[in-house]
Design a protein around this ligand. Structure first.
Ligand SMILES: *Cc1c(COP(=O)(O)O)cnc(C)c1O
Length: 397
């Protein structure tokens, strides 16, 4: 019956997590991840998905996915570089480049894979990467894979970025130096200071890399954080995901043509992992079409985000400094935050607690992700639950 060492390891570590209340139990949804979800037979207002524009359940996307599946099958059959590149993969890349105002784009199976592949394709052990301390886990792992020296700078602290850039440059130790940041930080909903980052990058000759997973579809009238700041020709790597606002699955890098050509011969998840399914590729093309045709969904998302923020604030909650529809409700104490989320659930609202070590100790929060698919009534129901639980737990008056 298997390795005794493994058994001991699992018993000890799982037991430890469970005894400290840190073992995450996953709740399966009984149906789609829409604005209302069903868990264990109970319907809940969903404030936890990244499906910002509601496209995951959009009829046009669903039909396109079904049609493409009939035409191309359920799987792509190979990695992109053997014969897993379908014409719809190429079309998707062309559409993404146009959407991002870049020369070219390359599609991966996920945003996570994108960061696994793109960073290490360009950076190596003779290089350095300046990385915002709150960057996403996939950026951190991608940086590690490259074996470059990782130099963290304080979150969105431009003096600290300047200091680390100057030190790295003047040390003469590194061949290339890159600065990497999320476009939108998902825990607080704050936006990276891209104009300042670009200026520092120009002064110290840095390669610029922006992972805009939470910005695409949300900022810049949908085109993302880089477009929002008018910096489309100043950022070397624009990373995006097809699994959040786009509503499907996949990731991409948009940039200059020679960079994309290089990634197509060097990014390992592109070379060694089967390409995006035909249904997903076709649905993504349709999503980009919808996003470029009209800003109706984008505008609705912001309207709903602002409505929820205003409601929580007038109830007396601390909602932090978000600049996007992401709306944290900061409770503070870790146990209290988890209890708050559980109580919301009992009142019909699904909003996850996020606590240390994902966010600093003492800043536990329930994070709300409103979407374009929510109605005012759903948001009013959520606000009523917040009011009730907040008063019951003595967090608001
Ligand atoms: C969600 C996220 C990813 C991962 O994207 P997937 O497509 O879900 O793999 C990568 N980077 C950032 C900044 C993210 O927020």
């Amino acid at each position: 019956m298997g390795s005794k060492k493994l058994e001991n390891f699992l018993e000890e570590n799982l037991g430890d997590l469970k005894s400290r209340g840190l073992y995450n139990v996953i709740d399966p949804l009984q149906g789609a991840n829409g604005p209302i979800i069903k868990i264990a037979g109970k319907e809940l207002v969903n404030l936890s998905s990244n499906n910002y524009l509601g496209l995951a359940t959009n009829d046009k996307l669903i039909n396109t996915c079904i049609e493409a599946t009939r035409k191309y099958g359920v799987g792509a059959g190979a990695v992109r570089t053997i014969n897993g590149t379908l014409d719809i993969h190429v079309e998707l890349e062309e559409k993404l480049a146009a959407f991002k105002h870049t020369e070219s784009a390359i599609v991966f199976q996920s945003g996570f894979n994108c960061n696994m592949g793109a960073i290490a394709a360009v950076m190596d052990k003779n290089d350095a990467i300046l990385s915002d301390e709150l960057n996403h886990a996939s950026i951190i792992d991608g940086c590690r894979l490259s074996r470059a020296k990782i130099i963290p700078y304080k979150h969105s602290d431009m003096d600290d970025l300047k200091r680390t850039a100057k030190e790295a440059k003047e040390s003469g130790r590194y061949n290339k130096i890159m600065v990497i940041t999320d476009g939108v930080f998902s825990m607080d909903g704050d936006v990276a200071k891209l104009p300042e980052i670009v200026e520092i990058a120009e002064n110290f000759d840095l390669i610029t890399y922006v992972d805009d997973a939470h910005g695409s579809g949300v900022l810049g009238k949908g085109a993302g954080t880089v477009k929002h700041f008018g910096l489309s020709d100043k950022i070397d790597f624009q990373i995006g995901t097809l699994s959040k606002a786009i509503g499907v699955v996949g990731g991409y890098v948009a940039g200059r043509k020679d960079l994309i050509d290089w990634l197509k011969v060097r990014a390992r998840p592109f070379l060694f992992s089967t390409s995006l399914t035909p249904g997903a590729a076709a649905a993504c093309i349709e999503a980009i079409h919808i996003l470029t045709e009209s800003t109706v969904l984008h505008d609705k998302l912001w309207e709903n985000g602002n409505y929820l923020k205003k409601g929580l604030k007038s109830l007396g909650f601390d909602i932090g400094e978000s600049e996007t529809p992401i709306t944290p409700c900061i409770i503070g104490d870790e146990t209290k935050t988890q209890e708050f989320s559980k109580r919301l659930n009992q009142e019909g609202v699904y909003a996850k607690s996020i606590v240390f070590p994902t966010v600093p100790r003492g800043t536990g929060r329930v994070r709300n992700m409103p979407s374009a698919a929510h109605t005012k009534e759903m948001l009013d129901n959520a606000l009523a639950a917040y009011g009730k639980v907040g008063k019951d737990m003595g967090i608001i008056e």
